[in-house]
Design a binder for this molecule. Structure first.
Ligand code: C2O
Ligand code: CU
Ligand code: CU
Length: 479
């Protein structure tokens, strides 16, 4: 079989690869930009009660070409955006029309363990499952995607993912830009075959770096543009890529305001000109187009950055905004957005350390190159046991690592205490509630959280999905 051939040739070039990691240029997947002449679509909106069918379908990702993709509905690579009020119950009927098991994980939402999409809790081909749970979250941008053991990366990459916008009373009083001025941007990167179908065939290199595509898509299409008015827009950005980190900014160097992160609004807006967003992370930003003349074109771009072997080598455009209409309204950002009660470190019951440096190469095989505390995921092993409702500090330690790892914890939102090594500070989007935290090589991060009373098994993993499927995942029991 094809996989075997790939694996055995990898054995032969194994040593070569490790030296190539140091020089690295050959690991960069260069981005091919298009002409930015396709209108930016928005996935359809649905409420908290819907039916999804995981299936093969087609979508126009590239102008004039149909691509074979996976979708949760016919004709669309991304599932509908669920708009839910905090307090609503999510009721989703999932039908599996794939020829392999799948399930749904509600990334960032705090769901009971049996609704959380545990990797072993899967829906067999041809079967149905009813997800039902109450959403208690703060307003924010969350998302849903499959989580079956060993197949998460492929299924998410081929198109199974969708956004969830949770609204709450606090946010509703702020009058943030809404309607046409609130725009979700799901950023992903794809590789394609000659027939424009999506290509998912990770080599050993790709498992090392994460599978990076050379075509950047936004809301499922490559090279889109959006007409904007001379006013402030709220962009709800999800990095839905498997392995690619983006250093977001605007082509003219314009500043923008970061108002929220994974778990909702920050206390106050912070003005920045670039922002690093790892796979699985979300950021809520305000961009003010009011000073630009009609006709002005500004791109959301990826700026170069330094993050180890293969990331950040290239600057490229993501989506083009064309200022097309004068608007009179003058928006001003509220001075206070929210109140974030700091979890005191004195109430922490326990500190746990997670070594994610992966420097121990001994006993390494072709799979399981990515580990946490030198362990690869084992469904039969419970790695940590935490008391329901207790507060803990978890330390992710990448100090001797040479790859970036966006670390994600299920069933909880955490606060980031500090980062030492590397960037040695928290960035704007890390000053609120988070469920995914990016560690660049050399960094160590401490997060603090209070677990919910949902008992059962939850996951802790790297959200570089190739790393996750390679075994960089542990399970913990809330008990
Ligand atoms: Cu979005 Cu366990 O992941
Ligand atoms: Cu998750
Ligand atoms: Cu990783």
């Amino acid at each position: 079989m094809k996989t075997n051939i790939v694996v055995s040739s990898c054995v032969l070039i194994f040593t070569v690869l490790f030296s190539a990691c140091d020089t690295n240029e050959d690991l960069v997947v260069n981005v091919n930009e298009g002409d930015f002449t396709t209108i930016l679509p928005s996935p359809p909106i649905t409420n908290s009660k819907t039916s999804l069918t995981a299936q093969w379908t087609t979508q126009t990702i590239f102008k004039g070409k149909l691509s074979n993709v996976l979708g949760y509905q016919s004709g669309s690579i991304l599932g509908p955006t669920m708009v839910v009020n905090s307090g609503d119950s999510i009721k989703v009927k999932l039908k599996n029309n794939l020829d392999e098991p799948t399930n749904i994980h509600w990334h960032g939402l705090i769901a009971p363990a049996n609704m959380d999409g545990h990797p072993e809790d899967v829906i067999q081909p041809g079967s149905l499952f009813d997800y039902a749970f109450k959403v208690f979250q703060r307003g924010g941008l969350y998302w849903y995607h499959p989580h079956p053991d060993g197949h998460t990366a492929k299924q998410a990459y081929l198109g199974l993912a969708g956004a969830i916008i949770v609204r709450d009373a606090e946010e509703n009083t702020l009058n943030l830009p809404s309607g046409e001025f609130e725009v979700p941007l799901v950023i992903q990167d794809k590789r394609i075959n000659a027939d424009y179908s999506l290509d998912y065939s990770p080599s050993m290199n790709d498992v090392m770096t994460g599978y990076m595509g050379q075509y950047i898509t936004v809301n499922g299409v490559h090279s889109p543009y959006k007409g904007v008015k001379t006013t402030t827009y709220r962009f709800r950005i999800l990095n839905g890529s498997n392995g690619r980190i983006y250093n977001l900014g605007f082509s003219n160097g314009a500043t923008f305001k970061v108002i929220g992160s994974d778990g909702g609004l920050l206390e106050t807006a912070e003005t920045v000109s670039t922002l690093l967003l790892g796979p699985g992370e979300r950021v809520d930003i305000l961009m003010d187009f009011s000073s630009y003349p009609v006709g002005k074109e500004i791109f959301l771009i990826n700026n170069q950055f330094s993050a180890g072997t293969s990331q950040g080598k290239q600057k490229f455009n993501i989506v083009k905004f064309i200022v097309d209409t004068k608007a009179t309204e003058n928006y001003s950002t509220p001075a206070n957005l929210s109140i974030i009660d700091k979890i005191g470190t004195t109430i922490s019951y326990k500190t746990r350390n997670f070594d994610i440096s992966n420097m121990n190469m001994s006993g390494m095989s072709m799979t399981g190159m990515h580990r946490i505390n030198n362990k690869i995921y084992d469904k039969n092993r419970i790695d940590e046991v935490v008391a329901a409702g207790s507060t803990e500090i978890w330390v992710f330690d990448n100090s001797t690592g040479d790859e970036p790892h966006p670390m994600h914890i299920h069933g909880v939102q955490f606060q980031v205490l500090d980062r030492t090594g590397g960037r040695s500070k928290l960035i704007a989007s890390e000053k609120g509630w988070k469920d995914t935290i990016l560690l660049l090589p050399g960094e160590k991060v401490r997060v603090i959280m209070t677990f919910s009373n949902n008992k059962g098994l939850f996951m802790l993993h790297c959200h570089n999905l190739e790393h996750e499927d390679d075994g960089m995942m542990l399970q913990f029991e809330v008990k």
